[in-house]
Write a protein that binds this ligand. Structure first.
Ligand code: GAP
Length: 515
């Protein structure tokens, strides 16, 4: 699937627009249009329904975006939530150092001695890890070299040299890249009238910490007993150095996070449960292809407090990347907040008469990345009736519009009948009414919007009171009594199978064109 085609469809059909586009946009910020907002809302609603409302061991939370800045000291975000970055002094572009460092050090051999005498650096766009891997090779070459790089701090010197030689990926001028500098990803703001250090606050970079700091409040409501979880959906903000790949890495995005609190002895079991349950959730909603993967972190990838973490990854057109992380966080977060707040965040089990700090399993997903993955998976080009069509094959639960109602022609009372059916459906489902253009073109427009069902009032409706139902993916058509349209659509949306083709539009003077 071509990413450019998807981005263009998203803009054209009103799924996703660049933010404040009439002013040239703002890098890393996106707006959801009429179809996009429905899609994203359906994803969040499905998540909330399946993870909160349908469970006995989960409660919800909606906490403020700006919190006491001590929250971020305790969580480690003030001290450590940073990426090293490099600026181009010439064009002012900014890059993540780990995406910039070159790795290849090519020695130019001295004609007389046969020793390496000079270095060329190539391989822009590779990672700091790759650089580190090549350190030994570079050390060895440099040791035998007559080059002034043979200094005590060889590696730093080589990097410095690389920076001098490296052209900026943006303006391509060499020698203008700065030293990497730590760059905190949190957006800073001031609370109150004075812009001084005592009034500094941050836009939250994750929703998770709001859950930890409310753990005691939720326990005190008396509704919950460990094991239980607190779920939250909300905006998070990260001043990403290089926002990229459409909405994948944005500066403002929404997270869907769960902190599941359990007894330390049961944490390994709950971790496995959540790892599998969350993976199944994505597949149940349509990410069925081999593009969805579950990857366990290697030991050396784990945070020091975590005993296990897994990523649910999706193969986007720009590469395989994380959609959700499931982390076993131990008691790290509650212990940190106990330390910084001075409040007791332990839990007392009345039945067992046992006090302990619960361990936490954290499934943390992105609503925007989810939306992008569902769009990528749904995007299909196929041939129907000899014509190529673009169709978004969303799971009906996620589809922005559930059904479109059409009068076949604008006469013989068909528009009025279609309008009535549309009104009956509208009170229960997000449906659409379209009477302009040829019926085939109207089908195509809805295919592109991902609408799973079409309902057409045609000449047979006038004689026997039935309407034509059409399935988006198979293009099958069948007839349903117009009085039963609401329950018929409900059954289909609930997962009842699409009936076999009946040969719709075969009677009457205006047969529905078969796809
Ligand atoms: N509380 C844990 C946490 O925030 P994370 O891996 O940094 O973990 C969790 O983020 C999820 O949030 C990611 O899997 C991703 O779906 C989403 N996410 C993170 N940064 C994002 C960004 N810049 N743009 C869009 N989504 C992002």
């Amino acid at each position: 699937m071509d990413m450019e085609k998807l981005v263009s469809l998203c803009k054209r059909r009103g799924f996703i627009f660049p933010s404040s586009e009439i002013y040239g946009g703002l890098n890393g910020f996106w707006d959801y249009g009429p179809l996009g907002v429905e899609l994203k809302r359906n994803i969040k609603d499905a998540w909330w329904q399946d993870n909160v409302r349908s469970r006995d061991d989960m409660v919800g939370l909606d906490c403020s975006i700006i919190m006491n800045p001590k929250v971020w000291e305790a969580s480690g975000h003030v001290g450590g939530f940073s990426d090293p970055m490099v600026d181009c002094r010439a064009c002012k572009a900014r890059f993540r150092a780990d995406q910039l460092w070159c790795i290849e050090l090519i020695p130019d051999t001295d004609k007389d001695t046969g020793e390496p005498s000079h270095f060329f650096f190539t391989g822009l766009g590779t990672t700091e890890e790759a650089w580190e891997k090549n350190k030994k090779k570079m050390d060895k070459i440099a040791r035998h070299s007559a080059n002034p790089l043979r200094s005590t701090n060889l590696f730093t010197a080589i990097k410095e040299e690389a920076r001098k030689l490296m052209p900026c990926p943006e303006c391509e001028q060499a020698g203008n890249l700065t030293e990497p500098r730590a760059f905190n990803l949190m957006f800073k703001t001031y609370v109150g009238a004075l812009e001084e250090s005592s009034s500094v606050a941050y836009l939250r970079p994750e929703t998770a910490q709001g859950i930890f700091v409310n753990f005691k409040n939720v326990c005190d409501t008396g509704r919950v007993k460990v094991p239980f979880g607190i779920a939250q959906i909300g905006k998070s903000f990260r001043n990403e150095i290089t926002p990229r790949n459409f909405t994948f890495r944005s500066r403002e995005f929404e997270q869907m996070e769960i902190e599941f609190f359990c007894h330390p002895d049961q944490a390994a079991e709950w971790y496995k449960y959540w790892r599998d349950t969350r993976f199944k959730w994505w597949t149940d909603l349509g990410l069925k292809s081999e593009k969805l993967r579950l990857r366990d972190h290697d030991k050396d990838e784990l945070a020091f407090y975590s005993t296990a973490t897994a990523d649910i990854e999706y193969e986007f057109p720009f590469g395989v990347s994380e959609l959700e992380g499931i982390a076993h966080r131990g008691d790290y977060d509650l212990t940190q907040h106990q330390k910084f707040s001075g409040k007791d965040l332990s839990y007392f089990d009345e039945e067992k008469k046992e006090r302990y700090v619960p361990h936490v399993i954290e499934p943390s997903a992105g609503a925007d990345r989810g939306t992008l993955a569902f769009l990528c998976e749904a995007y299909t080009e196929d041939t129907v009736g000899g014509e190529t069509r673009t169709v978004l094959k969303f799971h009906p639960r996620l589809a922005p519009i559930k059904a479109a109602v059409f009068p076949l022609v604008k006469r013989d009372g068909m528009p009025e009948l279609a309008e009535k059916i549309y009104r009956d459906l509208k009170s229960q489902f997000n449906v659409f009414h379209d009477q302009t253009g040829a019926i085939g073109r109207r089908y195509r427009r809805q295919d592109e919007a991902g609408t799973p069902f079409g309902i057409t009032v045609d000449s047979q409706t006038l004689t026997d009171g039935t309407v034509t139902f059409r399935d988006r993916d198979s293009c099958r058509q069948w007839r349903v009594p117009s009085s039963g349209v609401v329950p018929a659509l409900r059954d289909l949306l609930d997962g009842h199978p699409v009936p076999a083709t009946e040969g719709a539009g075969t009677s009457g003077s205006d047969p529905i064109p078969q796809d």
